[in-house]
Design a binder for this molecule. Sequence first.
Ligand code: SDX
Length: 426
Amino acid sequence: MADMKAILTVDGIDEPLELPVYKGTLGQNVVDVRSLASKNLFTYDPGFVSTAACESKITFIDGAKGILLHRGYPIDQLAEHSDYLETCFLLLHGELPTAEEKETFVSTIKNHTMVHEQLNHFFNGFRRDAHPMAIMCGVVGALSAFYHDSMDISNPEHRLISAHRLIAKIPTLAAMVYKYSIGQPFMYPRNDLSYSENFLHMMFNTPCEEKKVSPILAKAMDRIFLLHADHEQNASTSTVRMAGSTGANPFACIASGIAALWGPAHGGANEAVLNMLEEIGDESNIDAFVAKAKDKEDPFRLMGFGHRVYKNFDPRAKVMKATCDEVLAELGMENDPLLKIALKLEKIATEDEYFIKRGLYPNVDFYSGIILKAIGIPSEMFTVIFATGRTPGWIAHWNEMISSDYRIARPRQLYTGSPKRDYPTK
Ligand code: SDX
């Protein structure tokens, strides 16, 4: 597989070290450093800025050109021509489904949307004001307790039914989390509705009144799920892979991904963006907040700006912004004050040398919160929406790793602690 080689000379080691270099289909070449351990050497890369942790065929990102491909298809084309469940199939299986395959997949997912009735009791242990992500971590992990019939991760059929169960049940659990937080009864999924219609039905209908789900909002919800479906080896996906490398069951692995996503530097950013826009409150305050974001002494950062990989624009943010304009116009909310602050903030920041020099542009989280708020979803549910959308990506990466020749992930360290010392005896 080596296409090229790298020569490493290290003080104290006589012979130069020859390391294989591999070339992917697209993107950066990688230097295979696995042989360094036998030379008593480790690479050092906190935050994995320069580390490829695995080989993958699922998603490709070019941060400089703002490119995002799922199995080779550009995200803007998928957003325009595909839908969320078709993209789930693509991520899982590597190819777009035929019409028959899609019909079967949609039907399969529909028939797994209910959760075991006993799961309902898990919610009662949480305070009503618990953060929705705290409950999601708990109840998704608890799914492990219900599917002992399909926990052999070496069995492709078990892996597939687990994938179906997770894609189908996580929106049901997400809606249950919301209903629990507002003290309303859980709504059962309905098989006559599309995936995103069903989610909005479970979120906003009650046993007393079942309103028809707006097709505009259902399409916006489907687009948001699609734009969040996968994103290469991000922090939560890497967490899922790390958990999966120990042989943990898929439900536990997805729960670990949900926990990692919660952080405001990652999936928690969409909630943080809305809180920031509300804190800014008026366009006249924007300059002060931009100054805070640039002040090294101030921990404040502009939420929804910047990205580890995209140093130009996040292609998802462009599609999200277009969707935001569509949804707000169709809802007659184009003068939404938060949108106006967001647009002004984006203009100021993207013309400011500090942000331009550091390649800090709006990311996927910058506009998503405004759409979700327009749909009627409270900000503390935003990261739950992100987790729901990202589930097929997590599962696709978990499945890709488990079906390959993988090893337990066990990084090493640079130790700078105390040398050996004896316990003081009297
Ligand atoms: C997601 O990885 C993925 O793919 C994630 C994701 C996915 O789909 O899975 O795309 C989803 O997590 C999007 C990112 C959401 N997070 C936010 O919006 C939070 C705000 N953004 C930052 O916290 C930050 O930009 C990160 C975490 C996204 C990226 O951090 P990095 O790559 O470690 O960059 P860095 O912290 O080294 O910053 C580089 C410089 C620093 O300044 P200098 O030390 O060079 O002077 O840019 C500055 C930072 O201080 N900087 C910011 C900033 N982000 C970085 N300054 C002000 N505001 C910001 N938002």
